[in-house]
Design a protein around this ligand. Structure first.
Ligand code: IPD
Length: 263
């Protein structure tokens, strides 16, 4: 059953990806906030994903970035970002994608992320490993912060959490080999899962940013918590994800920069 659901999610992500790539010259941009963008293609991708879920699994719940929650009182919850990295997509910056996670009784069980425009397909089923284009992937084995590369993101609200993340960005840029900021959290998590970067953190996230990526990271051998080391769930808006070897070192450094997370 899990395999069937995962291959369904992969096919749904691939057809949403096709819609997105074919629409690249036909984008209409609107604003959800001062700099928070939405396009006609976010909505087209979302419609295609939701229609396919309703068609195949009509009793399941669905939570999607633009559409919100459809609650059918099911144990299954699909959590969708139909176009993660909308700003990148609008600017043709090559880091955006489709993120589809499935939770069963609140536990993330399946994660599928299609990275665009590269069409790399990341996928994981709880307990069965993580894959990129069908090849098994694993997190890096970098044990020291001085040898590590990281990625983070900044949400659209520029308040206290944004200020704290600026401090973290500065600190980790100082003590590691660098911190990247690409602009699509689900893709960042997949880069961690495939060993391209060694750590990822962010504040101000939403369930659809992380629901798929966390399964892929954990199945690739990574570790995920909140900034204070407590267990993470998709409704938390802050995350630290690492290759495991760096986890406690990162938490210690985060604590040294700000006591915000322990209050
Ligand atoms: C955003 C991206 C970005 C992250 C923001 C998200 P969206 O999603 O994942 O990397 O920093 O927090 O909201 O709006 O492009 O789907």
């Amino acid at each position: 059953m899990k395999k069937e659901l995962a291959s369904f999610a992969e096919n749904v992500a691939l057809s949403a990806g096709k819609i997105i790539l074919e629409s690249i010259n036909n984008i209409e941009v609107d604003f959800k906030g001062k700099t928070d963008l939405i396009t006609n293609i976010d909505l087209e991708s979302e419609r295609s994903i939701i229609d396919k879920i309703i068609n195949s699994y009509p009793s399941h719940n669905i939570l999607s970035e633009e559409h919100g929650l459809t609650n059918n009182n099911s144990d299954y919850l699909w959590v969708i970002d139909p176009l993660d990295g909308t700003t990148n997509f609008v600017h043709n910056y090559p880091s955006y994608g489709v993120s589809i996670g499935l939770l069963y009784k609140n536990h993330p069980e399946i994660g599928v992320v299609l990275e665009l425009p590269s069409k790399n397909l990341y996928s994981a089923i709880k307990g069965s490993g993580a894959y990129k284009n069908g090849q098994k992937i694993s997190v890096s084995k970098v044990p020291k912060l001085t040898n590590s590369l990281h990625v983070t993101g900044f949400g659209y609200e520029h308040g206290e959490k944004w200020e704290i993340n600026m401090k973290l960005f500065k600190h980790f840029t100082d003590i590691t080999q660098g911190v990247r900021r690409l602009g699509a959290a689900s893709i960042d998590l997949c880069h961690l899962a495939s060993g391209v970067v060694d750590g990822f953190w962010e504040l101000g996230l939403h369930p659809w940013d992380t629901a798929a990526g966390i399964v892929i990271v954990e199945e690739a051998g990574g570790k995920i918590t909140k900034m204070n080391g407590e267990p993470f769930n998709i409704y938390e808006d802050q995350i630290v994800a690492t290759n495991g070897l760096l986890h406690s070192k990162m938490l210690t450094r985060i604590d040294s920069v700000s006591s915000f997370f322990n209050n």
